[in-house]
Ligand binder design. Structure first.
Ligand SMILES: [Zn+2]
Length: 214
């Protein structure tokens, strides 16, 4: 083992690979993992294309998710439809600022930050952008951290619908944008999940990178 981190050897260089399912370190020449039979690859370069495709679809779906109504409210026979923005504006007007902040964070800020973060992350790996090691790692941790909060919005929507329905005066139902929004959350989660993270570690280990980071 080499104690100098700047001189460390990659498993790829000595013909070793790690099973993506059970983490068993195996000789890269084996086609399948001897423990769990998962197909082995030294690096999954196709994962970048899959991630780009999912991310671009999520970014496109973000448009109908924000333009079309997300909820249909029936109040004593009167039907009103709210988009994410009008819903937040309505909450601000009715002095429900804390819920408006949670809704804004979960519905607009988190998906947008995740899409921007993933775009930077994928661009850095795909086009070898001169982003420093430190910034790339910060970005990676931010995406991981944001990912944990992605389900917050579904929680907020279900809670709001439950509270509103309890009053018996209103009947809240999801409108077309709800499907688009749920897909945005799902696709960004998948886009982050499918990337072969070893490609990022390769990028961090590259000589080109160490020159830009000293
Ligand atoms: Zn395995």
């Amino acid at each position: 083992m080499n104690s100098n981190p700047n001189n460390s050897t990659l498993g790829k260089q000595i013909g070793l690979t790690c099973c993506p399912t059970c983490n068993k370190v195996t000789c890269a020449e084996s086609a399948c993992c001897s423990r769990c039979d998962t197909k082995l690859t030294i690096r999954d370069y196709a994962s970048l294309q899959k991630s780009w495709a999912l991310l671009i679809t999520a970014a496109i779906l973000l448009i109908p998710a924000n333009l079309y109504p997300i909820t249909t409210l029936t109040n004593q026979g009167k039907v009103t439809q709210d988009t994410i923005f009008s819903g937040i504006a309505h909450l601000v007007k009715t002095d429900m600022i804390p819920i408006a902040i949670i809704l804004f964070t979960a519905s607009i800020l988190v998906p947008l930050l995740k899409i921007i973060g993933l775009t930077i992350y994928l661009t850095a790996i795909s086009f070898k952008l001169p982003i420093s090691k430190k910034n790339l790692m910060i970005g990676f941790h931010i995406i991981e951290w944001i990912g944990r909060w992605s389900m917050l919005d579904l929680f907020v929507i279900s809670l709001t619908v439950a509270v509103v329905n309890m009053g018996q005066l209103l009947d809240a139902k999801p409108a077309p944008a709800a499907t688009a929004f749920a897909l945005v959350i799902l696709l960004t989660q998948l886009a982050a999940k499918v990337i072969d993270t070893r490609l990022l570690w390769d990028r961090l280990e590259s000589k080109n990178d160490s020159r830009t980071n000293t």
